[in-house]
Write a protein that binds this ligand. Structure first.
Ligand code: HEC
Ligand code: HEC
Length: 327
């Protein structure tokens, strides 16, 4: 731990050369990166009887296991469709602890790959995971978009976690690598989308991409059943990856080259987290949250100067480029 702190202090000196924040004109979180569920349909009419629980056994390709919808969504023991893709889960990861610590596997999946609205945790350094859990718990890390449900849920459950649960879950997720899971595609036209379950999913028809990233499941039906090996595609505007590469590699006169701290391949360095191949919308939220102060944890000052002079298009290009790299 002492060695890690010394390394981080060294990095602060490097980061210190970046100039102080230019005031940002528009701190509204971009909806493409912060999906919020539509308000529940009003006036639907009360039902006379509660519908019977749906006990239909559901299936996924490549496994004989079946789960009902209620089992898949169980916050205290969700479906483990593919036990062969991860080591044996500790109790807190598999089942959580009633009443407040929901199972990590529900949102990050048993194999830590995580859906974009939650983010991946597989392959992160244990010291980094513990620090994030402490930052959520202390209130130093939250979301710029308070209406987005999952980050608020993450804060609530971290508040209830014991130091032992933090250490056990961190050791588990740090013990195996993160797998490639996001396919980044430059395009001018994208599917229309809607929010379902705090996540963007394709709807009928197409539209111009404009200035945003559209990150959706490769297979919405499989993702709806929480298939932990069915990944995502991130559509990005043409030219985004080249712009991202220049910012990552050189800073392009606006920031510090990322490799100094995250490693040249962006696969992490000591306690500094890997960012290669992780969900583009997740990465965008983090950059935006650092910039606007929602993420202000113990190690966040190192990122504050990195994002100080970046506008939303710069952050989008960085997120797209990092997401496109091999983890
Ligand atoms: C209700 C869904 C949910 C559950 C359950 C959940 N998380 Fe999270 N987790 C999230 C969300 C959402 C984020 C932050 C996403 C963001 O900032 O946009 C997050 C972020 C994290 C991060 C930060 C990742 C990073 O790269 O910085 C860690 C570490 C983490 N969770 C660990 C856990 C652990 C350990 C558990 C089980 C004890 C758990 N989570 C349970 C939704 C959840
Ligand atoms: C001076 C060191 C330093 C530099 C340079 C740096 N980072 Fe970071 N970065 C960090 C540290 C330390 C953290 C963890 C911050 C925390 O815990 O709050 C981090 C966290 C992040 C995260 C959040 C990761 C997660 O899992 O939530 C992203 C995204 C990120 N950095 C992107 C970048 C990009 C893109 C660049 C280059 C433009 C960059 N960083 C340059 C040190 C650095």
């Amino acid at each position: 731990m002492k060695r890690e702190l010394t390394a981080l202090i060294g990095l602060t000196v490097i980061a210190g050369v970046a100039s102080v924040s230019a005031q940002d004109q528009d701190p509204t979180p971009p909806a493409w990166a912060y999906p919020t569920n539509p308000p529940a349909l009003a006036g639907g009419g009360a039902q006379a009887t509660t519908p019977a629980p749906d006990t239909t056994p559901l299936h996924l390709p490549g496994t004989n296991l079946t789960f009902t919808r209620a089992q898949i969504r169980n916050g205290f023991g969700p479906s483990d469709w593919r036990p062969e893709t991860h080591p044996k889960m500790p109790e807190v990861v598999a089942n959580g602890r009633q009443p407040d610590v929901r199972a990590c596997a529900l949102c990050h999946y048993p194999n830590g790959q995580g859906r974009p609205e939650n983010g991946p945790v597989a392959g992160l350094p244990a010291a980094y995971i513990i620090q994030q859990l402490k930052d959520f718990k202390s209130g130093a890390r939250k979301s710029s978009e308070p209406r987005m449900g999952p980050p608020a849920a993450m804060v609530r459950l971290a508040q209830a976690m014991t130091p032992e649960e933090m250490a056990t879950s961190a050791a588990y997720f740090a013990s195996f690598p993160y797998q490639k899971w996001i396919r980044v595609v430059e395009t001018t036209t994208v599917p229309k989308t809607r929010v379902a379950g705090s996540m963007w999913v394709p709807a009928e028809g197409t539209e111009p991409i404009g200035s945003r990233i559209v990150e959706v499941p490769e297979d919405t039906a499989r993702t709806a059943l929480r298939d932990p090996i069915s990944g995502f595609v991130a559509y990005v505007p043409p030219g985004t990856l080249a712009r991202g590469e220049s910012l990552v590699m050189t800073g392009a006169g606006k920031t510090t080259a990322c490799g100094i701290c995250h490693g040249n391949d962006l696969r992490g360095l000591g306690p500094v987290p890997p960012i290669a191949g992780r969900a583009a919308s997740y990465l965008m939220r983090q950059l935006f949250d650092f910039k606007h102060g929602a993420r202000a944890g113990a190690w966040s000052p190192l990122m504050k100067s990195v994002v100080a002079n970046l506008d939303e298009n710069d952050m989008m290009a960085l997120a797209a480029y990092a997401a496109a790299q091999a983890p």
